[in-house]
Design a protein around this ligand. Structure first.
Ligand code: HEM
Length: 146
C-alpha cells in the first residue's frame, strides 16, 4: 500500500491529547485564574483591567485554550494587542505567571497532559515577551533583562 494517504481535514483538528476535553480546559482555567486573583503580584494587574466580572475573560480563555490544544478555532482574538496595552507588566511577571500555571496544570491535569499545556504556555509566553520587551539591537537572550 502507498504511504500517500490524504488525511481528511478532521484529522488535522485532533486534540494534542485525547484526555484534553472542553471540561478539563474549564477546570484548569478556573483553577488558574482563581490562583491569579489571589496572588499579591498578579492579582492587582488583572483586577485593574478585568474588575469584578471575570466570566467574559474566563470564557475567552476557555476558547483560547480550546484553540491551542484541541485545534477547534474557537478563539478569535489578538493576544499580542491585548498584552501590549498592559504597560505595568514586566518580564518577571511572566516568570511568576508561568510558575503559577505550571503548578495549577500539574495539580489539575493528568501528568502527560499537564506537560502539554505547560509547553504551549511557555512558547506563547516567550512570543508575547518578545513582542512586548524585545527592541532591535538587543541580544535576544538578554532582552528579558531590559
Ligand atoms: C505576566 C503575564 C501575563 C499577564 C499579567 C497577563 C494579563 C492579562 C490581562 C490583564 C488580560 C485582559 C486584557 C483585556 O481584557 O484587555 C489578558 C488577556 C489574555 N491573556 Fe494574558 N497575561 C499574561 C500572560 C499570558 C500568557 C502567557 C498567555 C498565553 C499562554 C496569555 C493569554 C491571554 C489571552 C488569550 C488573553 C485574551 C486576549 C483577548 O482576546 O482579549 N496571557 N492577559
Amino acid at each position: 500500500m502507498s504511504d500517500l494517504t490524504v488525511h481528511p481535514a478532521s484529522s488535522r483538528r485532533r486534540p494534542l491529547h485525547p484526555e484534553i476535553t472542553e471540561e478539563l480546559i474549564e477546570v484548569l482555567v478556573r483553577a488558574f485564574y482563581a490562583r491569579v486573583r489571589a496572588d499579591g503580584v498578579l492579582g492587582p494587574i488583572f483586577e485593574r483591567v478585568i474588575g469584578e466580572d471575570w466570566e467574559p475573560h474566563l470564557a475567552k480563555m476557555f476558547a483560547f485554550w480550546s484553540s491551542v490544544t484541541r485545534m477547534t478555532g474557537r478563539y478569535k482574538g489578538k493576544p499580542m494587542v491585548a498584552h501590549l496595552r498592559l504597560k505595568q507588566v514586566r518580564p518577571e511577571h511572566f516568570e511568576h505567571w508561568l510558575a503559577l500555571f505550571r503548578e495549577t496544570a500539574r495539580d489539575v491535569c493528568p501528568a502527560e497532559v499537564a506537560e502539554l499545556f505547560i509547553d504551549r504556555a511557555e512558547r506563547i509566553a516567550e512570543s508575547l515577551q518578545l513582542g512586548m520587551f524585545y527592541r532591535v539591537g538587543m541580544p535576544v537572550d538578554e532582552f528579558r533583562k531590559a
